[in-house]
Design a protein around this ligand. Structure first.
Ligand code: ATP
Length: 250
């Protein structure tokens, strides 16, 4: 069992308290987050869902330190990221957080292997070869490591992005619509990998998705509506998620 796996269920990986985020001013102001409090346990796979405009992306961006909040706090582990300077926040995102985006965001001039290792290199850290090999074999990229992104399918590119997110053993991986640009088979492979990274390696994953099938891979679904938390579902199925979304009018 990895060090991460031994933490399962004993630790809060990410916590938000009374989060408020307002876009714009005066008559046109939008309260994208209107007092959100939510905690994410270490070693769990959580999906954030809700109708369009309910605040899912804003919540994820604030949790990950990609956007500032108007009030409230976010902790990643023991660090209150809402109090960090820009410099410290950049360092925390680089060293302690992994990201998977809908658009893959790979560098086209680098090979798959170079893309996976770039973040560690920029941080001046040496990759753990055993861990690198474990990830590469788990995502099934061994024979694609020397390929450039344009020589890979969308699903393979997203698996490179997943490997890149995990190679630094981050405290949490944030995935923003990771299957949004993939066909259902490639999407299932990416979701299988994210779930395996949680079950087998004790990783913590927080994913925004519109897709009830994608959400059914998670251990827990957190529902948003109008900038509020509108409930949650443990051990979700595609049907239970769909029913909850219908109830919210999505
Ligand atoms: N940069 C911005 N400037 C102004 N308003 C914004 C901005 N970003 C988001 N909003 C508004 O904040 C609210 C929440 O948006 P957010 O993108 O977080 O919702 P979402 O649930 O992720 O939506 P979707 O499912 O459509 O991606 C929406 O009303 C949106 O229009």
């Amino acid at each position: 069992m990895s060090a991460l796996a031994s933490d399962v269920g004993t630790r809060t990986a990410v916590a938000a308290r009374d989060l408020v985020k307002v876009y714009g001013k005066g008559d046109t102001a939008v309260r994208a987050l209107d007092g959100v409090g939510v905690a994410f346990a270490a070693g769990q796979f959580t999906a954030i869902m809700g109708p369009s405009g309910s605040g899912k992306s804003t919540l994820m961006h604030c949790l990950a330190g990609l956007d500032t909040v108007d009030s409230g706090s976010v902790h990643i582990g023991q660090s209150e990221i809402t109090r960090l300077s820009d410099r410290d926040l950049t360092k925390l995102r680089r060293d302690r957080v992994g990201f998977v985006f809908q658009a893959f965001n790979l560098l086209t001039t680098l090979t798959a292997e170079q893309n996976i290792l770039l973040g560690l290199e920029l941080a001046g850290r040496k990759p753990d070869q055993v861990w690198f090999d474990t990830i590469v074999d788990t995502v099934g990229l061994r024979d694609r490591l020397r390929h450039k992104p344009t020589e890979l399918s969308g699903g393979q590119q997203q698996r490179v992005a997943c490997a890149r997110a995990l190679v630094s053993k981050p405290e949490v991986v944030f995935a923003d619509e990771p299957t949004g640009n993939l066909d259902s088979r490639s999407g299932a492979e990416v979701l299988d990998f994210l779930r395996m990274s949680v079950r087998k390696f004790g990783q913590t994953v927080i994913m925004v998705t519109h897709d009830p099938v994608a959400a059914s891979y998670a251990d827990r679904v957190v529902l948003m509506a109008d900038g509020h938390l509108a409930g949650e579902i443990a051990n979700p199925t595609a049907d239970s998620v769909l029913a909850a979304l219908r109830h919210l009018g999505a």
